[in-house]
Ligand binder design. Sequence first.
Ligand code: SF4
Length: 237
Amino acid sequence: MEMRVVSREQWRDIGEDSPADRLIAWSVDRFAHLEMAITTSFGMEGCALIDMYAAHRVPLTVIYLDTMFFFEETHRLRERMVERYPHLKFVNRGTTITPEIQAEKHAPELWKTNPDLCCKIRKVDPMREAVAGVDVWITGLRRTQSSSRANLAAVEWDWKFQLLKVNPLAAWERQRIWEYVQEHKVPYNELHQKGYPSVGCTHCTQPVEGYQIGQYTRAGRWNETNKTECGLHGYGI
Ligand code: SF4
């Protein structure tokens, strides 16, 4: 296996309970000279996190995976983020397998019959390729996003992708993210105002009745199945 630049000794000096701003400053100081990348699906957490890192004025890479099933609102949000943070490099590392090729090779509407395979093709495999040259992976994951994320560490080794992962917002609640976004005027997906707690692909994301922006739930994702995770972060699949 390829040797990684970051060793365990380099990340044992940060407290697990450190606040987000401390974790962010520490990761910038320690790793910005290496291949460090933020990944995002342009959820509210990701947008807030990008804003926090952007304040450090280091030329970071932001990786996103266009599944070719983005909402128009997500495309518009991406454009607003790119415009607002010109010193960050936004890179699409989404699949090159078109929906037509996928339908021909596997099944039409694969997201209905085998969503795990669809997510593998359109998210997990592209992410594996995207982070292959990355040393430090920054995410906007939070512990209270789902029961499977309850034990998320702020700094951890990702065994699935074999690299260091930093989750500065691990201890935050959605309400706090929402307050940050408002206070700092960070762009966010218009769909949150229309009842969508989280936003993924058009085929697998629904609005949730009674949803109030500022709350978070995985409801509305993969409604017809037991699936709650796309598999990107070692959960699901
Ligand atoms: S979220 Fe749905 S459409 Fe998107 S990759 Fe996963 S199964 Fe496919």
